[in-house]
Design a binder for this molecule. Sequence first.
Ligand code: 5AD
Ligand code: SF4
Length: 442
Amino acid sequence: MVEAKKLFIKTYGCQMNVYDSERMVEAMGAEGYVTTETVEDADMVLLNTCHIREKASEKLYSDLGRLRAFKEAKPEMKIGVAGCVAQAEGDEIMRRMPLVDLVVGPQSYHRLPEMNRRLLAGGKAIDTEFPAEDKFDHLPERKALRGPSAFLTVQEGCDKFCAFCVVPYTRGAEVSRPADRLLAEARGLVEKGVKEITLLGQNVNAYHGAGAASDGGGDWGLARLVRALARIDGLERIRYTTSHPNDMEDDLIAAHGDEPKLMPYLHLPVQSGSDRILKAMNRKHGRDAYFRMIERVRAARPDILLSSDFIVGFPGETDADFADTLDLIRAVGFGQSYSFKYSARPGTPAAEKPGVEAGVADARLQAVQALLLEQQRAIQAGMVGREVAVLYEKAGRMAGQMVGKSDHLHAVHVTDAAGKPGDLVRVRIVESGPNSLGGQRV
Ligand code: 5AD
Ligand code: SF4
């Protein structure tokens, strides 16, 4: 038997990259590649990159530096760069980094097998097109998955052009996949044991795809898609991320109230609490509109857990603007959030303007993270004594323990000697630790 070729893949950045990496592994699987956890063993190393902040981009270059020694020791090892840095800086990477054999953008990775054949014939390959064909039509079917929880990309790209963000350039314009394909992919996942699907999109709630033919076709928003998915037997939980406040349509808010499979969790990035900064960011909504949206979502689903992204140190952000951000956070109460120091990205409108002093931005980041952590802990502590549903993902580190996620996406460690991944069980929460809850099966 010929020994399988080995692929080492490293994923940076967001959940969509995690999904893309899985699909790249499947595409290379059709070429006889299996994954390996060690670079030394690899015939091909693929770095699936993120361009969102400078730090994320720089990781690619430091990892490429480290790979040089491996490639010298094993010259036949192929090195590929995929993802958003490939899209944004592909030509430059090829020019400046002779060790890189392949560059493939996020919209053309279905061509990886054919590109790899070119490498094996001794050439190099670069493809950062936005091809006319849909990559999903050319990828192999989904394989057996790692756990009961899976991602499903339903929408890609962004037309919003926030002044700080590279996504509209790296991922292109908003494109939604047709509902029939998504329902088929979801059914396939459920047949393979998946119980929870997280719908992914850079602007997932801007989803507007061709409706399922069996349901009369037409144009479907995210709520229609969620409701159709909810009818799949065996699929227990539906989540979606990440959303824009301006795309929270009425029927999606309603679905949070009346669709039990739609989980009570909403990631709704606001970025700043200052009207002045929101305007400068080109977010196209103010703080009051955000408050009103949160009120409506909470009216539909009072126990919903809210999460957001925040950027501090955006060009022109004053102490008063930052105080508005802290005030918004106090007013809303977030269960979990991400916060970042503004990073000037080449090609974006905000990059033309001077940022705030580094020391000031650092101090603001610390302050915002301290407040967000305080809220997160308080909300977690409030779960103690409550009974929640937990979907087990894997065995815990201690014997007789399982780890899974609650409806509110809290990580929960459960004492349960008989539990196995994929079980959806009732759990009484007995303690709240720094990053997870502890409970007992009831
Ligand atoms: N600098 C800092 N954070 C950024 N984000 C996007 N672009 C930048 C940038 N230039 C953050 C936003 C977004 C999240 C995915 O990353 O908060 O919601
Ligand atoms: Fe970037 Fe704004 Fe689009 Fe989100 S909505 S991907 S932050 S441009």
